[in-house]
Write a protein that binds this ligand. Sequence first.
Ligand SMILES: Cc1cc2nc3c(=O)[nH]c(=O)nc-3n(C[C@H](O)[C@H](O)[C@H](O)COP(=O)(O)OP(=O)(O)OC[C@H]3O[C@@H](n4cnc5c(N)ncnc54)[C@H](O)[C@@H]3O)c2cc1C
Length: 404
Amino acid sequence: MRSTSADVIVLGGGLTGLSLAAALGSAGVEVAVLEQEDWQELLSAPYDGRVTAIARGPQLFLDAIGAWRDMAGAAEPIRDIVVHEAGSPVRVCYEGREIDGKPLGWIVENRAIRRALFERVTRLPTVRLQSRAQVLAIEREATAATVTLAGGERLRGALLAVCEGRLSATRERLGIPARRFPYRQTAIVCTLAHEKPHRGLAIERFFPDGPFALLPMQGHRSSIVWALEQQRAEAVCLLEDAAFLAEVAERFGDHLGEIALEGPRWHYPLVLVMAERYTDHRVVLVGDTARGIHPIAGQGWNLALRDVAALAETLVDRLRLGLDPGDPLALATYESWRRFDSLVLVAVTDGINRLFANEQWWLGLVRNFGLLVVEQLPPLKRLFMRHAMGLLGELPRTMRGEPL
Ligand SMILES: Cc1cc2nc3c(=O)[nH]c(=O)nc-3n(C[C@H](O)[C@H](O)[C@H](O)COP(=O)(O)OP(=O)(O)OC[C@H]3O[C@@H](n4cnc5c(N)ncnc54)[C@H](O)[C@@H]3O)c2cc1C
């Protein structure tokens, strides 16, 4: 039976697991990433039709760990964002020039992010990637955790970082409770090709049956994220292309000229998941495993990257001092650093969805009054912008543009 060891064992090689491996590996930490799927499948074009809005702070982090240069060529800058409720003249316009004229964020296709992270980690000599890994058992002793894989291999590490997404089996296996709140909504995602340029404008429009976002992609293309009540989403997914495009045009008007579908329509059932704690003996939960939020504000992976950056800084600092990266002090530092930010984002995204997906007339007044106040108070608007850009709060140094 083969036995190996690493400083950190990362369970799950999704966007979060790969970025953690890239961060730790770029600082020379020994990392083993165990992914249940086949890499070639994960990297293939049909795997994920989504795009991700990457905010300024997380972009600085990706740059600091050497992953941004491989995805920069696929990134489209977001210059301005307009938020409003359908049928109301009140709107909030976030303009990049109100901050410093630089992009508010970037839109990158998930497949380009995944490939860039994958390529970054394969260049790092201290990172070992293993796909089709099936975990049979996890044992934890005083100073280490040992993972036994199907096939008999045993891997020992000072810390186990669980990055398995919302439905993490390891979180359950380790007895860390997580609360689930299904939104009874499904997000339909697809790419539109359009006649006119989008000029870097992202639009979030709220309808009583769910939010609809249009995100600028490279070329004359935009990605749609359209959340609808489950049954309605199923019906919309079954529409012929022409009828589907007519529904889209009805919601968005004709400012982009002629539109056409590029590729398939994808659908993602939405559920809020919150783990009761983010750490356990020799274990940390990272990204969607710690909490998976509504995509309404495009913040899920940005939040995950703040986990990754905080965790990487905590572990690297300890290792540089010759300290144990998985001891209770390291876990407590991570847990306390990440809990408040997480709770804020859970409350904000859940609250916005509840507030806007509601037809009570008086809530309409509250919504429009709120949007009006934000639009009329530039300092408040700038505060919201800086928060959405990931530039506020107790930021890890990599998110302030410093090296790890
Ligand atoms: C419609 C939609 C739009 C979104 N848009 C945005 C956006 O614009 N901006 C943003 O910041 N966020 C966005 N998000 C959120 C973002 O997609 C997630 O936060 C992100 O994908 C989470 O990545 P993850 O690696 O933590 O989890 P996952 O993507 O779920 O990856 C988990 C990985 O772990 C592997 N795995 C699972 N179990 C095991 C196991 N037992 N052993 C080994 N491997 C395992 C899986 O195969 C997978 O590769 C959006 C989400 C949705 C649904």
